[in-house]
Unconditional design. Structure first.
Length: 255
């Protein structure tokens, strides 16, 4: 019988490459703070291929259902005459296709397939005019590079439609430089990109959070955000500015 340990070893033997991943837009704000939250997920073809490799061709099946606003995927694997079933859930959204796929991904991760994606950090980018189509964010972000540290993702880079690196923001990756220069700068830096964001000084974040709390109007908060658009790459600061904006909206409604 194929155990979960063997399944995980098999699936990780062929990790997702950059072309196997896509940057899915979870939510965005184009009216005030101009930011978008991204989620890195595999393409459908890549996920099905990994399931074939891990569970065996013609030895797995998926069944979908809905229950109280949740999309449910039941992934069954047949091994030695025994059927093993795992379920994945995802909230129902306006895009039913992506909701069902996310449920399928959760179910696959229960078998160890794509489990390395669960360790990715919060990914948010500041939006530019070229990212927008009216009030809607274009599907313009893609994964340009992914590196592995054992079985975990150690480095990840997301670019836009013009091949400009947008996440993570580092001192080596600066706006306006050609993509070739960016590639050289990144290759010289041996440390994984995902771990660079954790080096932001805690004291610097505390100062920025206090400045956010000192904003008493929405225009003042938006002006601060426009001067510091890269704060979206720092989860604590990003959460503080979102919470402050919600509080100011509530105060405005009450008055």
């Amino acid at each position: 019988m194929m155990t979960k340990k063997v399944i995980m070893k098999t699936s990780l033997a062929a990790p997702f490459g950059a072309t196997d991943l896509r940057a899915n837009i979870l939510r965005y704000d184009t009216r005030q703070l101009h930011w978008a939250e991204l989620q890195v997920i595999p393409t459908e073809q890549a996920l099905w291929r990994r399931l074939d490799d891990a569970l065996g061709e013609l030895r797995w099946r998926m069944m979908f259902s809905m229950l109280e606003g949740q999309m449910i995927c039941s992934l069954s694997h047949v091994d030695a005459g025994i059927v093993i079933t795992r379920q994945g859930y995802s909230p129902r959204t306006d895009n039913a296709g992506i909701s069902f796929f996310l449920a399928a991904l959760r179910a696959a991760q229960m078998f160890g397939v794509g489990a390395e994606l669960q360790g990715l950090p919060h990914i948010a980018v500041g939006l530019r005019q070229s990212d927008l189509s009216g009030r809607t964010v274009k599907d313009c972000f893609h994964v340009s590079r992914v590196d592995y540290d054992g079985s975990e993702i150690g480095g990840l880079e997301i670019c836009d439609q013009y091949r400009r690196p947008r996440w993570p923001k580092t001192e080596d990756v600066q706006e306006g430089k050609p993509q070739k220069t960016v590639a050289i700068a990144v290759s010289k830096e041996k440390k994984p990109l995902l771990r660079q964001s954790s080096k932001q000084p805690v004291a610097e974040d505390s100062v920025m959070i206090r400045r956010i709390a000192a904003c008493h109007t929405q225009p003042a908060l938006m002006e601060l955000f426009n001067k510091q658009p890269r704060m979206v790459d720092r989860p604590d600061v990003f959460d503080a500015i979102r919470n402050r904006m919600c509080a100011l909206k509530t105060q405005k409604k009450l008055h």
